[in-house]
Design a protein around this ligand. Structure first.
Ligand code: RP5
Length: 224
C-alpha cells in the first residue's frame, strides 16, 4: 500500500531504491572490513626479544592495512613446552597464518608447523644480539650471517613445510600474509593492488628525477 502511496506522491522511487542499495553495499563492505579488523587473524611469534627489531616489520605492514595480529615470544629451545601450547592456542584463536621469526638454528617456524595445520611463514633472522653488552661485536652475529636460519627454515624435512621470506625480510612476510587473507577478504585484494601501484609510482618518480638530474648528481644527492 505504501508503495502505491509513494508512486502517487512526487517522490522518485528509483532514487530511494538506489540510496537503499548503496546502504546495503556499504554495510556489506563494512562487514567485510570488520571481519578482518575485529579479531587477530595472524599470529606473530619470535624466538627472542632480540628478534623484535626485525619482526616489527611484519607488524608495521599489517597495522597499515588494519589487520589485527597477536604477538608473542616463543622460544623453541628455551620454552619447548610452551611451543606446543602456542600451536594449540593459535588453532583455538582461529589464526589463519602464523609468521614466525628466528635466528641461528631457526627451528621455531618448523616446529610450530609440525604442531599445527595453520600455514607458517618463516622469517630467517640474521642474529644481532646486543643484549650482552660485554660481547665483542663479531660475537653478536650468528656464525653464518643469516644463512643458518634461512637453511634451517627452508630445509624442513618432507611433510612439514614452511615457506620462507628472505633474511630479515619480515615486511615481506606481512605482505604475503595479506595475500593469503585476500583470498577470503576481497577488500584486501584492492588494497594490495593499491600497494603495487604506489610502488610503481614511487619508482617512476625517482626515475624522472634521475633522468632530469643525471646519474652522478642524483646518486650524490641520494647517498650524501
Ligand atoms: C633464537 O636465537 C632467536 O630467534 C634469536 O634470533 C637467537 C638469539 O637469541 P638471543 O640470544 O638474542 O635471545 O632463538
Amino acid at each position: 500500500m505504501w508503495i502505491s502511496r509513494l508512486k502517487k506522491s512526487n517522490v522518485d522511487i528509483q532514487k530511494i531504491s538506489d540510496f537503499c542499495n548503496r546502504i546495503v553495499n556499504y554495510s556489506l563492505v563494512f562487514h567485510i572490513i570488520m571481519a578482518y579488523s575485529k579479531k587477530p587473524l595472524v599470529g606473530i611469534i619470535m624466538g627472542s626479544s632480540s628478534d623484535s627489531r626485525i619482526m616489527q616489520g611484519a607488524a608495521e605492514i599489517l597495522d597499515e592495512y588494519k589487520i589485527k595480529h597477536e604477538d608473542q615470544i616463543v622460544s623453541a629451545h628455551r620454552t619447548p613446552a610452551r611451543l606446543a601450547e602456542y600451536a594449540k592456542h593459535a588453532e583455538k584463536m582461529g589464526f589463519k597464518i602464523i609468521i614466525a621469526g628466528a635466528g641461528g638454528a631457526a627451528h621455531l617456524p618448523g616446529m610450530i608447523a609440525s604442531h599445527t595445520t595453520i600455514p607458517v611463514i618463516g622469517v630467517p633472522i640474521l642474529v644481532y644480539n646486543d643484549k650482552h653488552h660485554k660481547k665483542i661485536d663479531t660475537e653478536k652475529f650468528s656464525a653464518f650471517g643469516g644463512l643458518d636460519s634461512l637453511l634451517s627454515i627452508t630445509e624442513m624435512p618432507s611433510g612439514s613445510p614452511v615457506v620462507a621470506v628472505g633474511v630479515n625480510k619480515a615486511g615481506n612476510a606481512g605482505i604475503y600474509a595479506m595475500k593469503i587473507l585476500a583470498n577470503e577478504f576481497p577488500d584486501l585484494k584492492k588494497k594490495l593492488k593499491l600497494h603495487k601501484s604506489n610502488q610503481h609510482n614511487s619508482v617512476m618518480k625517482e626515475s624522472d628525477q634521475l633522468k632530469k638530474q643525471g646519474l652522478s648528481k642524483f646518486a650524490k644527492k641520494k647517498f650524501k
